[in-house]
Ligand binder design. Structure first.
Ligand code: ATP
Length: 460
């Protein structure tokens, strides 16, 4: 359990801002909502897409040793036997016979031992009503085809990784990659979590950004060994999170001790982010050395070889896998928590709420404002907005006092406010206000696109 953080708990404020401004809505809200499933609104979809694009750029496009993949959510049911999910992807569950609620047996809010008279239900407070723990599989089951019998059972994938393993040779042979190389994909995963919660931190439908890197178990210097690759990926992934703008002091590694490690895993570290309040440091990404477990199991269950042929040495082997597994939603939440601040504004009585998002992640890059709705200002502002919109999302706003318009954009993290004033129509310059410093500079309207693109920075 995480200890209480030194950072404030901003979750409730974020949930309300996210709904009010169109980042994230509860799924099927008009029907009372679906448990721990969320919909991304107009700004949220941009934010999450920016997170995923940066990952895809860093992990696939900017490298020549990683290939992309988009595997299907539905897979052959044997995949989940081979992966171990049918047998062991379970959590111990206890029921309260009084209020009918369900809890994970290791829920810290349960007092006493479930199944014993001393155990107390954390919700209704009844004593002795909690059942003995029983194992509950977290995979969603459904049926493929018209007949709903056991032969037709398929699962919604609980992770994207298996789509990569079963395509290992397809990708390797079609791209002629040589070990070491990786396969990366972004996609939905589904887990029937018993205790979801904390907004989009733990949900039943979420997106993963996973990369499996295949290495030679016997690699010798000057090649990197498997453990050196593991260290390499640990550092790369931490660096990626830092480059999102997450504060260094809010990030840490957590090493899985032997009792936490999966039986086949050789090493595992989580990248943790401090979400503030009582949630504190929590995993946002796992970096795992999985040995040859996955490919070997798929060989056994499919009766198909998944060996790599090392031509120069005329050798066949099953590679080891170093996995990096991040949640897109959880990373987006970390980015939002990290960015949220309320502050005083010098010389003004009203404070402001700001999302200090890195410009590359901000859903809207610039607000465009005619100072007043006359004297040619709206026409020029419309031209400026249309020109910028060809390069990135902008928001045109001509309603209300200029200060109010700035505040509305500050609250959703828009890094630049462009105002077209009386001087603009005379000399063709506009003011560009920086969200964080509040400094304004004058820039020629025809230079704006380049100016803002430079300030947003490169894709990585
Ligand atoms: P946890 O212990 O938090 O349930 P896990 O160790 O089961 O996570 P992995 O299976 O390693 O997680 O999944 C990799 C990443 O996928 C996690 O670091 C997280 O970012 C994301 N993830 C996993 N489960 C969920 C979920 N229910 N909701 C949102 N994101 C999730």
């Amino acid at each position: 359990m995480a200890s209480v953080s030194t950072y404030p708990d901003v979750m409730d404020k974020l949930v309300s801002l996210a709904k009010r401004r169109g980042f994230i809505f509860q799924s099927s809200e008009i029907y009372g909502g679906t448990g721990s499933v969320w919909d991304y609104g107009p700004l949220g979809v941009e934010l999450k897409k920016n997170v995923k694009d940066r990952w895809w750029h860093a992990m696939v496009r900017a490298r020549d040793d990683i290939e992309g993949l988009d595997a299907a959510i539905l897979m052959h049911p044997r995949v989940w036997e081979a992966s171990g999910h049918v047998a062991t992807f379970t959590d111990p569950l206890v029921d309260c016979t009084n209020c009918k609620r369900r809890f994970r047996a290791d829920d810290p809010s349960i007092k006493g031992t479930p199944g014993q008279p001393d155990a107390q239900c954390p919700v209704c407070g009844a004593k002795g009503t909690l059942s003995n723990p029983r194992m509950f599989n977290l995979m969603f089951k459904t049926f493929m085809g018209p007949v709903e019998d056991s032969a037709a059972v398929v699962y919604l994938r609980p992770e994207t990784a298996q789509g990569i393993y079963v395509n290992f040779l397809n990708v390797q042979q079609s791209t002629r990659q040589k070990v070491p190389f990786g396969i990366a994909q972004i996609g939905k995963a589904f887990r029937n979590e018993i205790t979801p919660g904390n907004f989009i931190f733990r949900t039943r439908e979420f997106e993963q950004m996973e990369m499996q890197f295949f290495v030679d178990p016997e690699a010798k210097a000057p090649e990197r060994s498997d453990m050196e690759w593991f260290e390499y990926w640990k550092e790369q992934r931490l660096h990626w999170h830092l480059a999102l703008g997450l504060q260094p002091e809010r990030l840490q590694f957590h090493q899985h001790e032997s009792q936490e490690l999966a039986h086949y895993a050789r090493a595992a570290f989580d990248v943790q982010f401090d979400f503030g309040g009582s949630l504190g440091f929590q995993e946002i990404e796992g970096v795992h050395h999985r040995g040859d477990f996955d490919l070997t199991r798929h060989q056994q269950y499919s009766n198909k070889k998944l060996e790599y042929f090392d031509q120069p040495n005329n050798r066949r082997f099953v590679p080891y896998v170093i996995e990096t597994s991040a949640g897109a939603d959880r990373t987006a939440l970390a980015v939002l928590v990290n960015a949220y601040r309320e502050e005083e504004v010098p010389g003004e009585s009203e404070g402001r709420t700001v999302l200090g998002l890195a410009p590359a992640l901000a859903p809207i890059k610039a607000g465009v404002f005619p100072l007043v709705k006359k004297d040619g200002m709206p026409e020029m502002a419309t031209r400026v907005a249309n020109d910028l919109r060809r390069a990135f999302p902008v928001f045109y706003d001509d309603s209300g006092a200029i200060g109010r318009r700035y505040r509305r954009q500050d609250e959703v993290g828009t890094p630049f406010g462009i105002t077209i004033d009386g001087q603009s129509t005379q000399d063709g310059t506009v003011t560009v206000r920086d969200r964080d410093t509040l400094q304004q500079v004058r820039v020629a309207a025809d230079q704006l696109r380049g100016y803002i693109a430079d300030r947003i920075g490169p894709a990585e």
